[in-house]
Design a protein around this ligand. Structure first.
Ligand SMILES: NC(=O)c1ccc[n+]([C@@H]2O[C@H](COP(=O)([O-])OP(=O)(O)OC[C@H]3O[C@@H](n4cnc5c(N)ncnc54)[C@H](O)[C@@H]3O)[C@@H](O)[C@H]2O)c1
Length: 263
């Protein structure tokens, strides 16, 4: 299959949180579009297993990485450079979304959400931007934000929404800074996407499985397209933003939500 301007042939990418869910969907499409991919995940064993499961034309390797660790971005750059020779694309996908009302929020949980979703993303971006500037060949950074960074979707996500609102503005400002280096920085704001994460009982919410199912039904009823999204809905948009098709786009937030923000 010819990917035309969407081809990622000859490109080297890192996807954080790429062992499952949206991240794995992105890694799979990237490899299909010709990119060599490092799947970097907290669960290094799963990252390696999933990397092996991907059929070319691109290659994939896995590594253990915690985006909150100082130096994790540099370690990802080193892994990509060792395995493939350079790095051209970063997808900041690792994120958590505990649903806990602010009245029950602890400082520890608040910090964990901000550290993974915003601070981790920022400093991993810094490491990749430095490597891309040094390479002098430009690059693409794709941040996975959320519609919740633009409009709150439900009660219990105040910490999450604050982190994703931060991702939206970080994306715009970093685009301003890195434009002169031919590095595009864009974000995708997914709506409700069915993943292992959204299927798991919501941590700390105190909800039973039946209550959670009722909540999911109510949520789906608000989506004009009548269904939850699939990781591949986000993966195909990520291929676009990582490809030369998006060469003149930067600082943009692409909403991929089946129309939910309209309802
Ligand atoms: N699923 C949705 O409905 C939805 C909607 C909007 C935005 N998002 C965003 O998309 C991203 C992925 O969501 P998902 O539903 O696929 O999640 P998921 O829970 O299914 O998968 C997340 C992956 O990230 C990894 N991870 C978690 N913390 C990490 C860390 N500190 N360092 C490295 N890896 C880490 C996990 O091990 C896991 O493999 C998140 O940023 C999330 O906020 C998801």
């Amino acid at each position: 299959m010819s990917w035309g301007p969407f081809s990622l042939e000859g490109k080297r990418a890192v996807v954080t949180g790429g062992a499952r869910g949206i991240g794995f969907g992105i890694a799979r499409r990237f490899v299909e579009a010709g990119a060599d991919v490092v799947i970097a995940d907290l669960d290094g064993e799963l990252a390696e297993k999933k990397a092996v499961s991907l059929a070319g034309p691109g290659e994939a390797v896995g590594m253990a990485a915690d985006v909150t660790d100082a130096g994790s971005g540099e370690a990802m750059v080193a892994r990509a450079t060792d395995a493939f020779g350079s790095v051209d694309i970063l997808v900041n996908n690792a994120g958590i979304y505990p649903q806990v009302p602010m009245l029950d929020m602890t400082v520890d949980l608040w910090d964990r959400v901000q550290n993974i979703n915003l601070k981790g993303l920022a400093f991993v971006s810094k490491a990749f931007a430095a490597a891309m500037v040094a390479q002098g060949t430009g690059g693409k950074i794709v941040n996975i934000a959320s519609i919740d960074g633009l409009h709150p979707s439900m009660v219990g996500l105040a910490a999450y929404d604050a982190s994703k609102g931060g991702v939206v503005m970080f994306t715009r400002n970093l685009a301003l800074e890195l434009g002169p280096h031919n590095i595009n920085v864009n974000a995708i704001a997914p709506g409700g996407i069915s993943t292992e994460g959204t299927a798991a009982p919501l941590e700390g919410s105190g909800m039973t499985e039946a209550e959670m199912e009722a909540m999911m039904q109510q949520f789906t009823a608000r989506i004009p397209m009548g269904r939850m999204g699939d990781p591949d809905d986000i993966a195909k948009t990520a291929v676009f933003l990582a490809s030369s098709a998006a060469d003149y786009m930067t600082g943009e937030i692409m909403v991929v939500d089946g129309g939910m923000l309209l309802s």
